[in-house]
Design a protein around this ligand. Structure first.
Ligand code: ATP
Length: 320
């Protein structure tokens, strides 16, 4: 394969730029031509495609977001949208594609592979909710961003003997809450993957106070419920001077951590190796610290993402 392209799609994540950089540089290193597609599948269909040179990806490794921009483009789920995209790929003579995004983006990648265009998916989402990989690009940066906020909240929570409910992102997955919660020493972590009982939450806060605890931090995954709703429900069991902090989109931004940059670089370079070997219909993952190539159909179908729920029990045992 001599001519490949790369796009970013769905929600942006820190480290996407590092991944694009790796695809471009590795592709050029292998003697290929590499094209960048702006605005995900929307840009593909619109023909917003340009040839990339070494310098086009200079100074990008440290930047969050995605310089190729991202977009939601539901029309790509239709055969008509896909055929329009393929027309553009043909026009530019592009033989293979790297798609960086979440599982919606993988569905687009799968559709292109079925239409005969080898496509490789790279997991890029702060939610870390993609099957077949322990870690996604952007997750490590996001948990460090949350951790920074938790440390700050702890200072003020202690000063006023308050209970802070910190709502974090993650869609339907509890990964961000688990990792940031353990790292930040949160007293309680509430995630979609584990049932919880509000009366027990209240009881734990009370017991902590009796032991002389000055603050309580509860990290709540957005997939469970909104922070304010949680605070209202908790109030039915007592007034714990609860305050709600919704971290929101700050979790999406920032300069990627070293771990995210290295992961993105490895994924990007490996994707080029796959395309060089004419392979498509695959998505890359990191499993037990090894890069693996999974079948996209299997990943979207049978496999289900599961966070490391052992962190939940660990937190109960060490952060009370
Ligand atoms: P995140 O989880 O971070 O939001 P995502 O990749 O799952 O990322 P989506 O908005 O679900 O985000 O998908 C991104 C894009 O992928 C969509 O806007 C659309 O262009 C394309 N896409 C989604 N579903 C399909 C599908 N079934 N077939 C083809 N393309 C799809």
């Amino acid at each position: 394969m001599k001519r490949i392209a790369v796009l970013t799609s769905g929600g942006d994540a820190p480290g996407m730029n590092a991944a694009v950089r790796a695809v471009v540089r590795k592709g050029l290193y292998e003697g290929m031509e590499v094209y960048g597609i702006n605005y995900g599948y929307a840009g593909l269909v619109a023909g917003d495609i340009r040839k990339m040179h070494r310098r086009d990806v200079g100074d990008l490794i440290s930047r969050g977001g995605t310089f190729l921009y991202s977009a939601r483009y539901p029309e790509f789920a239709t055969e008509e949208g896909q055929l329009k995209g393929i027309e553009q790929l043909k026009k530019f003579g592009i033989e293979g594609l790297v798609v960086i995004g979440g599982d919606g983006s993988y569905r687009g990648a799968l559709a292109l592979t079925k239409h005969g265009y080898p496509t490789i998916g790279l997991p890029g989402t702060i939610d870390n909710d993609i099957a077949g990989t322990d870690f996604c690009i952007g997750f490590d940066t996001a948990i460090n961003t949350v951790l920074d906020s938790l440390d700050k909240i702890r200072d003020t929570a202690t000063s006023h003997v308050r209970t802070f409910i910190v709502e974090v992102m993650g869609r339907n997955a509890g990964d961000i809450a688990l990792w940031a919660g353990v790292a930040g020493g949160a007293e309680q972590i509430i995630i979609p993957e584990k049932e919880f009982d509000m009366s027990e939450v209240a009881e734990e806060i009370r017991k902590g106070r009796e032991r002389g605890k000055k603050h309580t931090i509860i990290v709540l995954a957005e997939g469970v419920m909104k922070g304010n709703e949680f605070a209202d429900k908790l109030y039915e069991y007592g007034d714990f001077h609860q305050r709600v902090t919704v971290l929101g989109h700050v979790q999406r931004g920032g300069s990627p951590t070293a771990r995210d940059r290295v992961l993105a670089s490895k994924f990007g370079a490996t994707a080029v190796d796959m395309l060089k070997d004419e392979k498509g219909g695959l998505c890359l993952g990191l499993v037990n610290n090894q890069i693996v190539a999974n079948d996209i159909i299997e990943t979207l179908g049978k496999k289900k993402h599961m966070p490391d729920v052992s962190l939940y029990q660990l937190n109960k045992e060490i952060s009370y």
